[in-house]
Design a protein around this ligand. Sequence first.
Ligand code: UD1
Ligand code: UDP
Length: 361
Amino acid sequence: MKLSIIFGTRPEIIKLSPIVRYCQKHDIDFNIIHSNQHYSYEMDQVFFDELELPEPDYNLNIGSGTHGFQTGRMLEKIENKLLNIKPDIVIVQGDTNTVLAGALAASKLQIDVAHIEAGLRSYDRTMPEEINRVLADHLSDFLFPPTETSKGNLLKEGISEDIIHVVGNTIVETTLQNIKIGLKTSTILDTLNLEKNGYFLMTMHRVENVDSYDQLTKFVYSLKSISQTYDCEIVFPMHPRTMKQFIAFGLKDEVYKINNLKIIDSVGYLDFLVLEQNAKLLITDSGGIQEEACILKVPCITIRDNTERPETVDISSNIVAGMETKNIISAIGKMLTVERDWNHPYGGGTTAKDILSILAE
Ligand code: UD1
Ligand code: UDP
C-alpha cells in the first residue's frame, strides 16, 4: 500500500501527526504533500519540530489568497504530484481548502480518497469549511467519522454505510501524548506570569467573526465586558488572520488597551496545550480547541452560532454562546461552576492504528 498524506494548515499537521508516526513505525510506504496553506513559523514549522515529524516530501508553496485562487493552484499542483507518485490512497483530514483540493485532485485521477474527521456538519453553508467538508465527504472512498453522530450525518446524505468507519478522533492520541511532554518542558506559564487556574484562554479566527467590522467591533466590546465582569486575566494567542483584521479595521490600539487582556502571537502546540490544561475556561471559535477542551476536561465556550461538534454540547463540556456580549457573559458564569465530570466522545486513542489497519485490509 502506497499512501500520500496531504495537509496544509496547523490543525491538519497536528491531527495527522499520529498517522505519520504510525506509518513510520510500521514501515508503511507513505509520502507527505504539504500545500503550505500555512507557512509562518508559528503556524507551520513549529509543529514539525515539536511533533518530530519528517519534512514533507513535496512542498507546494501555495500560501494565502482568495478561495478560488488558493484551491485552484493547489488542485493543479497536487494533480501534478499525484500523477508522478501514483499512490493507492490519498489521505486528507478535516475541512480546509487543502482538503478539498486534495480530495478533488485524487478522485478525478481515480485514486481512492480517505477522509479523516468525516461527517461533521454545522449545516451553515456561509462557512467555507462546511462547503469543503460536504464536498470532501462525497468525493471519498473511505470515510472516517469520529462519532456515531457524524456517521449519522453521512448516512442522511445517502453515503453508503459500507465505506463508513467510526474510529474516534486522532486528536485524542495527539493531545494525551503531548500534554505529558508539554507539562514537563513548557515554561509558558512562567514566561507569561500566569497562575494555574487563574486565567481564561481565548482564540478566534473564523471568517464570520473576524472578517466583519461589525462583528469585530462587537467582540472588542465583549472583551471589555468580560474583563470588567470577571476581573480575570484573559490570554489571547492571536491567529495571524485575526491580527491582520484588527489592523485593517483600525481596532488594534483599542484591543491592546483592554485591561486584563494579554495578547500574544500564536504559540507552539506544547505551550498551547499547557495553557489549555491550566485555564479556568476556554473561549474560542476553533473546531479543534472545542475537542481538546473536552478531552482535557476544561470548560469551553464557543463564540459562534453553531457547532459541528454537538457531542461536546450534549455532554455539557461546551456551550455555544454566539457573539452577543450578554450571552457570552452568561455562558462564562455557567461554565465557571460546571462539574468537570464528562467523558469525551472521541474514542480510546487508537484512531491512527484503526484507520491504517482498515486501509491495509
Ligand atoms: C484556515 C482554514 C480554516 C482553519 C484554519 C486553521 C480554509 C478555508 N480555512 O483558515 O478552516 O480553521 O486554517 O488555523 O481552509 N496567514 C499568515 N500566516 C500563515 C497563514 C495565514 O500570516 O501561515 C494569514 C494571511 O494573512 C492569510 C490569513 O492568515 O491571508 C488567512 O489564512 P488562510 O489559510 O487563508 O485561512 P485561515 O483563516 O488560516
Ligand atoms: N493551537 C496551537 N497554538 C495556538 C492556537 C492553537 O498550537 O496558539 C492548536 C490547538 O491546540 C489545536 C489547533 O491548533 O490543536 C487548532 O487550530 P485552529 O484553531 O487554528 O483550527 P481549527 O481547529 O478551528 O480548524
